[in-house]
Design a binder for this molecule. Structure first.
Ligand SMILES: Cc1cc2nc3c(=O)[nH]c(=O)nc-3n(C[C@H](O)[C@H](O)[C@H](O)COP(=O)(O)OP(=O)(O)OC[C@H]3O[C@@H](n4cnc5c(N)ncnc54)[C@H](O)[C@@H]3O)c2cc1C
Length: 485
């Protein structure tokens, strides 16, 4: 006999597992859920993140459906001034703690097992192991196993660097930086940021805002990146027109461009895309969102190295294979090379719903919590996998400008399908995690005159669909050929 019996066993208490659990509990009044996670607290990788991390897009569409994440007011200072707030690390962790303590556990229908490893299972019986206790438990699952670990998020605190570190080299991860005051007697004289992704960008901004002169920073940026301009992605209630114009810019640029790279350049001319160095062609696009203020700060760092990936670091040098780039003695190397979401590993999409297993992926890129909440809704309100799966084709996690049009096409087609289905359309209209659904529903309820002009832009978006599909299909072929091996 099993130690625990439950309806749904959710593996992972991060943003994905909790968004799913929250909606499932609200939509299905009699199910029991068991949530298991290796971490000691809810919130997944946010537990391991550096303390100065913040969401990069407004908090309005992050978290779980039933609870707002942040106060609804624009920031008045800093590089996010005049824009809606980005929840910071401490807020995110406190939020997920509230979701667990104030919503899920008090429902009386959720068992939460932190510090517990899911070991696998079959035919409705699964095994768990307490990480500190070593105790083995078996779980009988009456309905489904829910895999909320598909994104395999990786952060500097938990990844293994791929370069050698010579003895005596001063190395840190971003999470160590706020503790540098403890080394006030021997502060680093120079800094090297390793990595070109959003963590590296956060680190660059943090160092400059902490008072480090930009010429005391070297930055190893093997690939530059396009980023969305946060000004264009403010919450719908602050300006639905802005988000609709953003969509229009995407589809018109796709129609006018010969490939994904050209599309990104067109988006740059419309203020939708930003890059740090206008002289460098970005080879990466990971859906990062940034402010013009942050870009201006990062542009102050001019000692940028683009020789490729670092192979080793020494106390006074960066090594790129045979090439040795000297840096001042006492340099602190900051490892920002973790991949956050390992895009290449995540090319193995699979059906969301497959018999007794649900694998939570993306329905709309990059709306991670919304996709998980929608999956819970589909689980409850549709009877068969044949009905559910067409409504949640796993969206591709494209990783570069060339393949980005595939994600644009997939989002557009999936959005159209979800709007055409009365049940999912109704879910979108009340899901705070959906970027536009609730605001459109509100305007409709008020019979707002704004709807007429929005409808015109909607028509223009639809008119561009053939162009989006043409470019998107070419990008899809490229994406698939890159991930075939
Ligand atoms: C620094 C950083 C900033 C980001 N900022 C944003 C942002 O602003 N907006 C945005 O939309 N996205 C952002 N992301 C993307 C982010 O990955 C997703 O938003 C989301 O947090 C992923 O959640 P998750 O639940 O899939 O993964 P995780 O948070 O990694 O949760 C998965 C959980 O599963 C557990 N687990 C795995 N295997 C097992 C097992 N066998 N047994 C038990 N437990 C297991 C892990 O312990 C973990 O807690 C960011 C990512 C990073 C790294």
């Amino acid at each position: 006999m099993s130690d625990i019996t439950t309806d749904y066993l959710i593996v992972g208490a991060g943003a994905v597992g909790l968004a799913f659990a929250d909606t499932l509990i609200d939509e299905d009044s009699d199910c029991h859920i068991t949530i298991v996670d290796r971490h000691a607290r809810p919130g997944g990788h946010w537990n391991d993140a550096y303390s100065f991390v913040a969401l990069h897009q407004p908090s309005a569409t992050y978290g779980v459906n039933s609870l707002e994440l942040c106060t609804d007011r624009v920031d008045t200072e800093g590089h996010n001034a005049a824009m809606y707030p980005l929840a910071r690390h401490a807020e995110i962790l406190a939020y997920y703690d509230r979701v667990m303590r104030e919503k899920l556990l008090p429902s009386g229908r959720v068992t939460y097992l932190p510090l517990t490893d899911y070991r696998g299972g079959a035919d409705g019986v699964h095994s768990l192991r307490g990480i500190l206790s070593g105790a083995e438990q078996s779980v009988a699952v009456r309905r489904k196993l829910v895999d909320a670990t598909w994104f395999q998020t990786s952060v500097p605190a938990t990844h293994t660097p791929s370069f050698a570190v010579a003895p005596g080299t001063r190395r840190a991860i971003p999470g160590d930086l706020p503790g540098l005051w403890l080394e006030a007697a021997n502060p680093p004289q120079h800094f090297v940021i390793l990595g070109g992704g959003k963590t590296a960008m956060d680190t660059a901004v943090w160092l400059i805002e902490a008072g480090v002169a930009p010429d005391r920073i070297d930055w190893v940026r093997p690939r530059d990146s396009w980023m969305f301009n946060r000004r264009q992605l403010q919450p719908a209630h602050a300006g639905l027109e802005g988000l609709v114009e953003f969509q229009l810019a995407l589809v018109e640029s796709a129609t006018a461009a010969a490939n994904g790279r050209a599309m990104c350049h067109l988006l740059e001319t419309r203020g939708v895309m930003l890059r740090i160095d206008p002289a460098v062609e970005p080879a990466m696009f990971h859906f990062a969102v940034i402010s013009e203020g942050e870009v201006a700060l990062m542009q102050q760092i001019t000692r940028v190295h683009r020789q490729g990936r670092v192979t080793a670091i020494e106390p006074d040098a960066i090594l790129f294979g045979e090439e040795r780039v000297p840096v001042p003695p006492g340099t602190l190397f900051i490892d920002c090379t973790a991949t956050a979401v390992p895009f290449s590993a995540r090319s193995d999409t699979r059906p969301f719903f497959d018999g007794d297993t649900i694998t939570l992926q993306l329905v709309q890129t990059p709306f991670v919590p919304y996709s998980a909440a929608l999956a819970a809704f589909l689980e409850v309100h549709f009877d068969t996998d044949e009905e559910r799966n067409p409504l949640c084709n796993p969206a591709p996690l494209t990783d570069c400008p060339d393949t980005y049009p595939y994600a644009v096409m997939a989002n557009l087609l999936s959005g159209a399908m979800l709007s055409a289905n009365p049940k999912t359309e109704s879910f979108n209209s009340r899901s705070r995690l959906h970027p536009t659904g609730p605001e459109i529903a509100r305007l409709k309820a008020e019979r707002s005159p704004r709807l007429a002009s929005l409808a015109k832009v909607g028509e223009a978006i639809r008119a561009n669909l053939p162009g989006v599909i043409k470019l998107g299909m070419a990008a899809k072929a490229l994406h698939e050929s890159r991930h075939e091996t």
